[in-house]
Design a protein around this ligand. Structure first.
Ligand code: ZN
Length: 87
């Protein structure tokens, strides 16, 4: 027998650890088999994963802000002249 499949509730409780890659392989496998059969949890995981990816992008790669965010930031800092300067 494989490990018992987690319920949605147990799933969601372990989710942040799962997304951080901090769970044991056996528990990850149980979660993945739950996700394969449970669309609701799959949507939650997808959303969280995207949010976490965005969060990492903003917190670790300050120089890689999307162009529109950067341009708003520059305007706020009155750097639009710099932003629009000819190459
Ligand atoms: Zn579920």
């Amino acid at each position: 027998m494989s490990a018992p499949r987690p319920s949605c509730h147990e799933m969601l409780r372990s989710l942040s650890d799962y997304l951080d890659g901090e769970l044991e392989a056996e528990i990850c496998a149980a979660i993945e088999s739950h996700l394969a059969e449970c669309e609701n949890c799959r949507i939650v995981v997808d959303t969280l994963r995207k949010t976490i990816t965005l969060y990492h992008q903003y917190s670790e790669e300050d120089l890689e802000l999307p162009a529109d965010v950067r341009s708003r930031l520059f305007k706020r800092l009155h750097l639009e002249d710099f932003l629009n300067s000819p190459r």
